[in-house]
Design a protein around this ligand. Structure first.
Ligand code: FES
Length: 149
């Protein structure tokens, strides 16, 4: 296994065992639920959007290691970013995990989101990796329930 692969695996394990930004956000002004019907896993995402930026973000719930790590990595990646920047990051991340980013530099190789690049080999896991991101999009569009199906 290459050093980079090992590093990516460590990042996923670390974020699964010690998820960042986990819990409720009492002063959230946008909330959405995410659901993966394939496995039944669910998460709730809380956002505080101020002046067009993600001032704070937390999540609760989740299931498998990939979805938990991805939710944790996502909260770190989008905190402090503008809503426009977040939409762009999601598009790039989606392209990365679905394999559309092949041969392109969608993120710097040391960007923590790159840790999930290996998911593209496992189509079922793409839904795990994107659950939190679909939920984020739903929250930004006014809340409700996002589904990976
Ligand atoms: Fe349910 Fe991954 S197995 S989200």
């Amino acid at each position: 296994m290459s050093d980079l692969r090992e590093l990516y695996q460590e990042v996923i394990l670390d974020h699964n065992h010690r998820p960042r930004n986990q819990g409720e956000l009492p002063d959230a002004n946008a909330v959405a639920e995410g659901h993966n019907p394939l496995c039944g896993d669910q998460l709730t995402l809380y956002l505080k959007v101020e002046d067009g930026k993600i001032a704070d973000i937390r999540f609760q719930g989740c299931g498998c290691a990939i979805s938990t790590a991805s939710a944790s990595l996502m909260t770190e990646a989008v905190k402090g970013k503008s809503v426009e920047e977040v939409r762009e990051i999601f598009q790039r991340f989606h392209a990365l995990v679905t394999g559309e980013a092949e041969g392109q530099e969608f993120f710097d190789e040391f960007d923590s989101l790159m840790a999930l690049a290996g998911v593209k080999e496992f189509p079922v896991r793409v839904k795990c990796a994107t659950l939190a991101w679909h939920t984020l999009q739903q929250a930004l569009e006014g809340g409700g329930v996002a589904s990976t199906e």
